[in-house]
Design a protein around this ligand. Structure first.
Ligand code: NAD
Length: 253
């Protein structure tokens, strides 16, 4: 059990990758706060995990609001204890009819929504988690980027690519700021992973990605979760400010 007695908070905890991360953290002995805006799914997931003997709490929140993040963070800390591991996993990639909009088509409201969900939420949660980590002189922050934040990828829109690139910059910057306090900050950059997010993409697009992926398949949420547990564990104690591709060799940079 690599995370015995640790408390983790995962945003977007009901999604394909988020739920796999939750299960992987629990399997290593952590107590886990689940934050999402899928109220019914959240209650059911919480019930299922509690029935299996895990220590979890589900909090319904829209993470694009600082006030909702604050309530969610405080609820998790009150129920499970001070947060040791923050996984800023939430992310959205809106498409219209399965297609990513070009800059000249993009409604400004859609741009703003993606920036607030993918990027601002990560700042809000990190702002809330770091005072406790600094006090403890220990902490792990893992941000969910994407290979689309590192290389041009025409199957996502610019708002998604821009927020995922910005996450990498913030990861490096906060790693520098927090190193004195033994808090590490790293990012994961998944490639194409089989989750509900991909159902919005036409099958032929996923097939085309598979063709140009070195390992010739899509990834699984569990493969991303394994890398997340590694960053959260003591095995990664001397790694900070890094972004790790979990992409099977797609869009290698
Ligand atoms: P998903 O769509 O399966 O899950 C996203 C979760 O976030 C859902 O449970 C949803 O309810 C929740 N959510 C959405 N908006 C929210 C909000 N405002 N407040 C709170 N919760 C909200 O997505 P996924 O495929 O599991 O992706 C997880 C992360 O991995 C994202 O950051 C995504 O960008 C990244 N990623 C995914 C892939 C992939 O191929 N699936 C590739 C690269 C990166």
């Amino acid at each position: 059990m690599r995370l015995h007695n640790k408390v983790a908070l995962v945003t977007g905890a009901l999604g394909g990758i988020g739920s796999a991360i939750v299960r992987a953290l629990l399997a290593e002995g952590a107590r886990v706060g689940l934050v999402d805006l899928n109220a019914e799914g959240g209650r059911n997931f919480e019930k299922e995990l509690k029935a299996a003997g895990h220590h979890v709490v589900y909090v319904n929140a829209n993470v694009s609001s600082f006030a909702e993040c604050e309530t969610a963070f405080n609820t998790v800390a009150a129920e499970l204890g001070a947060v040791d591991i923050l996984v800023n996993n939430v992310g959205i990639s809106p498409k219209q009819d399965g297609r990513a909009l070009k800059v000249w088509e993009m409604p400004p409201e859609e741009w703003d929504t993606v920036v607030s969900v993918n990027l601002s939420s990560m700042f809000y949660m990190t702002r809330l988690a770091t005072p406790g980590m600094i006090k403890k002189r220990e902490g792990r922050i893992i941000n969910m980027s994407s290979v689309a934040g590192k290389a041009y990828c025409d199957i996502v829109a610019a708002h998604y690519a821009a927020t995922k690139a910005a996450l990498i910059g913030a990861t490096r910057h906060w790693a520098g700021e927090l190193g004195d306090y033994n808090v590490t900050v790293n990012a994961l950059a998944p490639g194409r992973i089989s989750t509900p997010l991909l159902k919005m993409v036409p099958q032929e697009t996923n097939d085309a990605v598979t063709q140009v992926t070195a390992l010739k398949r899509l990834g699984t949420p569990e493969e991303v979760a394994d890398a997340c547990v590694f960053f959260a564990s003591d095995q990664a104690r001397f790694i900070t400010g890094q972004t790790l591709d979990v992409a099977g060799g797609w869009l290698m940079t």
